[in-house]
Design a protein around this ligand. Structure first.
Ligand code: ADP
Length: 607
């Protein structure tokens, strides 16, 4: 048993507890896991919007090149160039200023005197566009980078390859801090902590390079570049005609107008997520230039996730904000609670299951032990009468006993031992039948007083031969019960036989039959002895199969542990019971209770 329990504990209980402990530990990470899932989802949204914005800018760049080319068609390029600012703004409203410069460093348009914007533009960009000054610019020219870089570098990570290219051309890079710090960063392991996330996000991936205008445009036909002048962003598109490569036509974009145009894209943030998140196009100062949910208030500098748009709009970002930041915590709490409950139920189920298994195992082992005891008890009970029967029948058969008195006494012993054997075998057979559900009762109306008296009187000689004093008390009237006569007689004999077996020196047995009316009308046959009595706490257990309160070894009294089990089962089948009570002054009282038949009229049929 101990071994089985140990194996059970090691194979089932300990692993279950370890699993439960691991599950409880994983609960602590629920909020983080949820945040990771959400951040991956929303990062996808931000990345997608940033790509859309870049695509829209590329389209604007294409439209600008087409507009410039249309203006030049069939006309003298230098003549067009001189009024390019006016013409371009008329044709293409996104242009704040149109400019035309030659590679030799002459600004043909705009004229600083024409309007305040033109003068400001010339002040800010004049020296740079005429190649007299190298400035920090954000260059978005993948063609230029790809052409200049070796093939192997082009397939490696783009930022490093870009650094190589810039170094070769004598350009320098500067790391700038971002305007917004997202709360979540996809790809940074949580164990590195919030500080790592912040430092990862602190610096912008969009980097400026210092160069001259001529150097930047190289041999290309068009491009976009951005630069900060007095902390103010200026985005320039440029283009040159194939037939006049010395002339560069360009436009400085009207950023408020561009923001309005791009705002339309932000409005179309993933419709299925509109109830959860708000997207914003943040300008280079971290302020929202366009918001998907007008009127929403948020800490714009701390989006949930964010993506930088790129070199064309340096330090502009798409930020995604949670409309209800507490919802994530609430969901995590709900998940935690549900999983916690599940784990608790699981552990409880394992605990209860284990307890039931161990209890059942215990019961089975005990039953197995009792069955072994039973076999040895029954064998012994069979052997003892058989030995006497054989001994006395041999004596009689060989005519070694001639005295008639002795002969009668020996025959009496043989009869008594045969009756004992029959009783034992009947008990075993009946028990087996009841266990298999095959026991058939023949219920008939009968007089219980007559039946009990007859049975007790049949047993009397055996008791008196053993030195017992048997006192009986019978009611005067007959009491009708519906019963199987043989089965009821077997119960009475079992009780009498026990009274005989478990009596010591005080050999005094009392049989009393009483009528009871409450709670239901019934007859009660009580057999009391002055014997060993039943040990305390065993009053109910003695009715269990194979259970013996006085085992053969310690008491020397033989038995199978089936007599009372059978007596109770038979009584129950009759709608009655057999109960035990200690007898006042020492000994035991066993009572067989049977319900009175409704036809108790005193002259019922078949009695
Ligand atoms: P057994 O064959 O062992 O007598 P029973 O089922 O008839 O089996 O009885 C079960 C146990 O109840 C006995 O082993 C004994 O310990 C106890 N018992 C039964 N009758 C008496 C009695 N009259 N006095 C004391 N103990 C009794």
């Amino acid at each position: 048993m101990k071994k089985v329990a140990l194996v059970f504990v090691l194979a089932v209980f300990v692993p279950s507890l370890v699993l439960a402990w691991l599950a409880v530990r994983s609960l602590r990470d629920q909020q983080f896991l949820l945040e990771r899932q959400q951040s991956l989802l929303y990062q996808g949204v931000a990345d997608g919007l940033a790509r859309d914005v870049l695509a829209a800018l590329a389209e604007d760049q294409r439209v600008f090149a087409e507009t410039a080319s249309t203006l030049l068609r069939d006309r003298d390029p230098f003549e067009v160039a001189r009024t390019f600012d006016d013409q371009l703004r008329r044709q293409w409203p996104l242009a704040q200023v149109g400019f035309a410069v030659t590679l030799t460093g002459e600004i043909l348009s705009p004229s600083p005197a024409a309007r305040p914007e033109a003068r400001l533009f010339c002040d800010d960009n004049g020296r740079f566009l005429t190649n007299r000054e190298s400035v920090e610019v954000y260059l978005n020219n993948p063609k230029l980078l790809a052409n200049a870089m070796p093939a192997q570098a082009a397939t490696t990570t783009a930022p490093d390859a870009g650094v190589d290219f810039l170094r070769r051309y004598g350009l320098s890079k500067a790391k700038a801090t971002r305007n917004v710090i997202p709360q979540q960063v996809a790809g940074v392991p949580q164990k590195l902590g919030a500080a790592a996330i912040d430092s990862e996000q602190q610096f912008s991936k969009v980097e400026a390079s210092e160069a001259e205008f001529r150097q930047l445009i190289g041999q290309d036909t068009d491009g976009a570049l951005a630069r900060f002048v007095d902390n103010k962003l200026s985005v320039l598109f440029w283009w040159r005609a194939a037939r006049q490569p010395q002339l560069i036509l360009g436009a400085q974009l009207d950023l408020p107008r561009l923001a309005r145009e791009l705002g339309v894209l932000v409005q179309q943030v993933a419709p299925e997520l509109r109830g959860e998140i708000c997207a914003a196009l943040l300008d280079d100062t971290g302020k929202p230039a366009a918001v998907s949910h007008p009127g929403v208030r948020a800490n714009w500098k701390r989006p949930f996730v964010a993506t930088e748009i790129g070199e064309t709009l340096p330090h502009w970002e798409i930020g995604v904000y949670l409309l209800d930041p507490a919802r994530l915590t609430r969901s995590a709490e709900t998940v935690k609670l549900t999983l916690g409950l599940l784990i608790a139920v699981l552990v409880l189920a394992i605990g209860v299951g284990s307890w039931l298994i161990v209890a059942d195992l215990n019961r089975q082992l005990k039953l197995a032990r009792q069955k072994t005891d039973f076999v040895s008890n029954v064998s012994h009970e069979l052997k003892t009468p058989l030995t006497s029967i054989r001994m006395f029948s041999e004596l009689l058969a060989e005519d070694r006993v001639t005295e008639p008195g002795k002969q009668r006494s020996y025959l009496g012993i043989i009869t008594a031992e045969t009756a004992r054997l029959t009783r034992l075998i009947n008990n075993v057979l009946d028990f087996a039948r009841i266990e298999r559900g095959e026991k058939q009762y023949e219920f008939r109306q009968c007089d219980f007083v007559g039946l009990a008296r007859e049975t007790v009187e049949t047993y009397r000689p055996q008791l008196e031969a053993g030195g017992f004093r048997l006192a009986c008390e019978w009611p005067a009237s007959r009491q009708v019960v519906k019963a199987d006569r043989d089965a009821v007689a077997q119960v009475i004999v079992n009780l009498l036989s026990n009274a005989e077996k478990y009596s010591d020196r005080r050999r005094d047995i009392e049989v009393r039959l009483e009528l009871k009316t409450s709670p239901l009308p019934c007859v009660e046959l009580t057999i009391s002895d002055r014997g060993l009595g039943v040990p305390r706490d065993c009053g109910e257990r003695i009715f269990e199969q194979f259970y013996r309160a006085h085992d053969s070894l310690s008491s020397g009294i033989q038995g199978s542990g089936l007599g009372l089990t059978l007596a109770r089962q038979i009584a129950l089948a009759h709608g009655g019971d057999v109960v035990y009570a200690p007898r006042e002054g020492g000994g035991s009282c066993f009572t067989l209770r049977l319900p009175q038949s409704p036809e108790q009229t005193g002259n019922g049929p078949g009695i």
